[in-house]
Design a protein around this ligand. Structure first.
Ligand code: FAD
Ligand code: DHB
Length: 390
């Protein structure tokens, strides 16, 4: 195959970039490890920032999001007893949209054939990126036992945390910043109405809980559990009981229980890889950085990377502008660091770390009480939650 931009990975980052480039008339193609069905079976993020919905609006791949997504004016922090509402609309004049990553991905995949965006599915773990120091990089992989190759002017690694792209950059020029939290989030998806019309992030003495939703009839809940925990230790009823305790007495009576459609444990990690570009290779989304899920930034950071990168690549191919492409990594990282900071802050505020004693718990309770009574603190949280400007 021969194209201008070879994209590795058909998650939200790769799909958004592919569509933006095709919309601008630039040749590109995507190679993906899994089948479309497997990609669409992953249950992940649920909250979209304006920067993300703006991109989908710009693509015109927004009809279902507008019909089925729910704009939210606020969300809640809880300390196990009461709800502290962060009125993001009143504080910073913006909203977030509750629309699942699975749905965003489905809309982008469904729109691909009509927009002439080629996706080569099921390449397994065979993908490798070559010659990124040159102007003629290429990607090799195998599908159905056949060796395939894409020659391009640029390669973009949108292949998530475990993908091969990041590893193609010589370690002599790279640096990894990371923090691994000693717990994970156990999530449950169920076809029951949400317990509250807005999200609730709770820090109870027993641990963290999040009440979220996908629609008026589908709920998503999480609790934090030790990384050593197995799913089998959490039959549905035990999980519903624990959610009721941690979300607190004001919320518990409104929880509607139902069988799990999906249940999984995801580890929490803060991770930043630099640089986000090297020679003819660019990284975007989870291939370059991971945030802990508190704050719902993962998918939205992938989208903001793509907003910067698509502008830079379009300027290169349509105007011969080399500066925009050269500046991509630094520009993207400046925003990544701030979202990393917010996700880390909210994770520490809402979770117990091993070794934390009475003092640390009292500090968290004091901080939540401060937030409850300070418009300045609420504003700082709100402006980060809706997403800092591009
Ligand atoms: P991904 O969505 O990971 O997409 C990368 C794609 O590259 C995948 O389709 C993968 O199959 C493909 N790929 C990998 N290796 C190769 C290869 N060798 N060749 C070709 N293709 C390859 N964020 C939140 O905000 N809230 C959440 O609740 C939440 N839950 C999460 C749960 C889990 C288990 C994970 C892993 C992430 C979660 N996230 C969550 C984060 C959010 O989903 C990600 O930030 C977002 O998916 C990033 O998009 P991406 O396109 O960069 O990467
Ligand atoms: C969801 C996940 C998050 O990480 C978050 O902060 C909010 C909502 C969710 O899956 O609905």
């Amino acid at each position: 195959w021969k194209t201008d931009v070879a994209i590795v990975g058909a998650g939200p980052a790769g799909l958004m970039l592919g569509h933006l480039l095709r919309q601008a008339g630039i040749a590109c193609m995507i190679v993906e490890r899994q089948s479309a069905e497997r990609v669409l079976a992953r249950i992940r993020a649920g909250v979209l920032e304006r920067t993300t919905t703006d991109l989908l609006d710009r693509l015109g791949i927004n009809a279902r999001m507008q019909a089925e997504g729910h704009p939210h004016d606020g969300f809640n922090l809880a300390d196990g007893e009461r709800l502290i509402r962060i009125d993001i609309k009143a504080l910073v004049g913006k909203q977030v949209t509750v629309y699942g990553q699975t749905e965003v991905t489905k809309d982008l995949i469904d729109a691909a054939p009509d927009r002439d965006l080629a996706i080569l599915w099921e390449a397994g773990d065979t993908t490798q990126v070559h010659d990124i120091a040159s102007d003629a990089p290429f990607v090799t992989f195998e599908r159905n036992g056949q060796a395939e190759r894409i020659d391009a002017r640029f390669v973009v690694g949108c292949d998530g945390f475990h993908g091969p792209s990041r590893r193609a950059i010589p370690t002599a020029v790279t640096h990894e910043y990371q923090f691994a939290y000693p717990f994970g989030w156990l999530g449950i998806l169920a076809d029951v109405p949400p317990c509250n019309h807005e999200l609730i992030y709770a820090n109870h003495a027993r641990g963290f809980a999040l009440a979220s939703m996908r629609s008026d009839t589908r709920s998503r809940y999480y609790i934090d559990v030790p990384l050593t925990e197995s799913i089998e230790a959490w039959p549905d009823e035990r999980l519903w009981d624990e959610l009721a305790t941690r979300l607190g007495p004001a919320v518990a009576p409104h929880i509607v229980r139902g069988p799990a459609l999906e249940k999984s444990i995801a580890p929490l990690r803060s991770y930043i890889f630099t640089p986000m570009q090297h020679g003819s290779l660019f990284l975007a989304g989870d291939s370059a950085h991971i945030v802990p899920p508190t704050g719902a930034k993962g998918l939205n950071l992938a989208a903001s990377d793509i907003a910067y990168l698509s502008d830079a690549l379009i300027a290169w191919f349509t105007k011969g502008d080399r500066d925009a492409v050269a500046g991509y990594g630094a520009k993207a990282l400046a925003r990544v660091w701030k979202a990393e900071r917010f996700s880390w802050y909210l994770t520490k505020l809402m979770h117990r770390m091993p070794g934390d004693g009475d003092f640390e718990r009292a500090m968290q309770v004091a901080e939540l009480d401060y937030i409850a009574n300070s418009v300045a603190m609420q504003t700082a949280i709100a402006e980060n939650y809706v997403g800092l400007p591009l």
